[in-house]
Design a protein around this ligand. Structure first.
Ligand code: GLA
Length: 363
């Protein structure tokens, strides 16, 4: 492990080698946005950026957590939660693992990550999954990858204040970078799906920050639950015909229409053999997120339309919760770099600060 930046970072801060190290990737969602908390379908793929966690037992109780590049080491204990937001994800994982019977000793914990934060690429899920994997390894816990994702989701809901679905944590725990993960969030049935031949994924950040907990995310979820209640179904997943939404008040009807049509788009996309057909579904998803779900912004709309004008781009849309953050596009692999350069130049000429996040640019 010598020479590894995570291990040497740990040694610099804590003065010795870690007992366990683990990592987990961020993810980008290709289709199926705001469907997971409606028991629906999602289609994320892992990105190559990862969060790495190292841990060592210590004799004193409590936890010392150091995040590379974040300055001070944070100290907390089970009965004294940390004040720092990023530390609450780690704290939540420790609490949840203990609630499942893990006997957790005092720990020194070191985190480093190149997953972009606050842009919709699931840096929080990567931190949660990497923390739980590291604990699993350190303590020989028997949680499987699905249990890790479920604990990570509960940590986020109960300790970071976001009433999220299970997509991000399942993607971080189970997806890889070569194929997308088709996940039924109701049954957790899943399978890996090849991207259409000759295509590659491009992600560009809009430069407009987004904080999930502070956004309308929880409000959208409550609106979907209200729509399901009025329709007499357990979740909007039960509805597959938009005609059934006619009795809803106009706002709830639009929210529910996004969910119903988005689930259908995911199922169509996995049957698509061409990038063009897949891309059209992404374009339709963006229009639905913008007009019916109202989670886009003028900057995201501009970035998406610039992407859609590129001949090498099959389709593009905002990705993640919205309200800022990044856009994802499916491109012809050979034309991706040129399309990315064109779009960033045009977008930034309009006074913005866009940048390519996937494929990652070498430092
Ligand atoms: C966030 C949440 C996910 C999902 C997406 C929107 O990433 O954490 O559970 O709801 O937003 O699709």
């Amino acid at each position: 492990m010598k020479g590894d930046p995570l291990t040497s970072g740990f040694e610099q801060v804590f003065g010795g080698a870690p007992d366990a190290v683990a990592d987990a990737p961020g993810r980008v969602n290709l289709l199926g946005e705001h469907t997971d908390y409606n028991d629906g379908f999602v289609l994320p793929i892992a990105i190559s950026q990862r969060t790495r966690v190292a841990m060592r037992r210590r004799s004193a109780p409590g936890f010392a957590l150091h995040a590379q590049g974040q300055g001070d080491t944070v100290h907390f204990a089970f009965d004294a939660p940390p004040g720092q937001h990023f530390a609450s994800y780690v704290y939540g994982c420790l609490v949840l693992a203990r609630s499942r019977g893990a006997d957790i000793p005092g720990l020194q914990i070191h985190v480093d990550s190149d997953v972009p934060m606050g842009v919709g690429l699931s840096s929080s899920a990567a931190l949660e999954v990497a923390t739980l994997r590291c604990l699993r390894q350190l303590l020989g816990l028997s949680f499987d990858d699905v249990a890790v994702a479920q604990l990570a989701q509960r940590a986020e809901i109960e300790h970071a204040g976001v009433n999220c679905g299970i997509m991000d944590q399942m993607a971080s725990s189970l997806a890889d970078t070569s194929r997308a993960l088709l996940l039924d969030t109701r049954s957790l049935e899943r399978r890996m799906v090849d991207l259409p031949r000759g295509t590659a994924v491009l992600v560009i950040d809009s430069g407009v920050a987004r904080t999930l907990a502070g956004s309308g995310y929880n409000e959208r979820r409550a609106q979907c639950e209200e729509a399901a209640r009025l329709l007499g179904v357990a979740s909007l997943r039960e509805v597959d015909d938009v005609q059934r939404l006619a009795s809803l008040p106009p706002l709830l009807q639009r929210r529910a229409r996004h969910v119903v049509t988005e689930n259908a788009r995911v199922l169509q996309a996995v049957a698509c053999s061409t990038g063009r057909a897949f891309g059209e579904l992404m374009n339709a998803s963006h229009a639905s997120l913008r007009d019916d779900y109202e989670v886009s912004t003028p900057e995201l709309d501009l970035l998406v339309s610039l992407l859609q004008q590129q001949p090498a781009v099959h389709g593009a849309r905002l990705t993640g919760a919205g309200f800022g953050g990044a856009c994802v596009a499916l491109c012809e692999a050979g034309g991706l770099q040129q399309a990315a350069a064109n779009v960033v130049a045009q977008y930034n000429a309009a006074g913005h600060r866009g940048q390519v996040l996937v494929p990652p640019v070498a430092p």
